[in-house]
Ligand binder design. Structure first.
Ligand SMILES: C[S@@+](CC[C@H](N)C(=O)[O-])C[C@H]1O[C@@H](n2cnc3c(N)ncnc32)[C@H](O)[C@@H]1O
Length: 227
């Protein structure tokens, strides 16, 4: 594994309860034959793509729990990524290549530039987070993201269309994760990632301009109810 954390400001961990853990799946039928791999691929897109650039300061972990070989961790490293284009099939092709590697063990291996694979679970990702990393579980019932302080090192954990499940929620609680919401409506997981990126982009711009941070208390109760 490369040096964890250098230059990385934003990490996401997406848990897919159904995405397949074997390579060679059909790129033409991502939702069906590959166990909602389409959702996973949209998360890759949301994590990294700007209009004409890639977010180099971002890392994405995919925790794949589908058959036949769960749990598998795939790490996408923004600073190293190549051969990724914005369409779902491009992400699917990199994931399929990684899953097709022989002898996937607990030892992480490089599959293609910026894409690493290993056997592993959520606890391995959380244990590898450096000291002072804020672990944030994105969930509809959490504190509103606009109202919380966040550090410089962040990992956001998200579930798929089925949610995260009690076992992983307990693990996150034990790791002192904070429950944070991007609003009261339940969004698609990849859309949540865009909202988070946007929130962090705005905060960074305001802080560079030395303007007061997020206008937390200026937001009226009425507006909060609408969100
Ligand atoms: C489609 S949602 C899951 C909905 C699922 N039916 C459930 O009951 O958990 C997929 C993931 O997106 C994240 N998510 C969706 N809406 C959110 C919100 N308003 N705030 C924070 N996270 C949200 C959560 O991590 C959730 O597990």
């Amino acid at each position: 594994m490369g040096v964890r954390g250098e230059g990385v400001r934003r990490e996401f961990l997406v848990v897919s309860s159904t995405a397949t853990t074997t390579g060679g799946f059909s790129l033409k039928d991502l939702p069906g034959s590959a166990g909602r791999m389409d959702i996973v691929c949209r998360c890759v897109n949301s994590a990294f793509f700007l209009s004409h650039d890639i977010r180099r300061d971002t890392r994405l972990w995919l925790l794949l729990l589908g058959e036949p070989n769960p749990p598998i961790l795939i790490r996408f490293e923004g600073s190293e990524l190549r051969y990724l284009s914005p369409d779902e099939r491009s992400a699917a092709s990199l994931i399929s290549k990684a899953l097709g590697r022989q002898n996937i063990t607990e030892h992480e291996i490089l599959s293609t530039p910026g894409v690493y694979i290993r056997k592993g679970d959520m606890k391995d990702v959380l244990e590898g987070c450096g000291d002072g990393t804020d672990i944030i579980y994105l969930v509809e019932t959490g504190e509103w993201i606009r109202e919380i302080e966040m550090g410089d090192k962040l990992i956001f954990v998200l579930g798929d269309h089925m949610g995260l499940g009690e076992e992983y929620e307990r693990l996150l609680a034990d790791a002192c994760a904070r429950n944070v919401s991007v609003g009261q409506k339940s969004l698609h997981v990849d859309h949540c990632m865009i909202v988070v990126h946007n929130e962090l982009d705005i905060r960074r711009t305001l802080s560079k301009a030395k303007l007061s941070p997020v206008p937390r208390n200026s937001v009226s109760q009425d507006l909060k109810v609408e969100i």
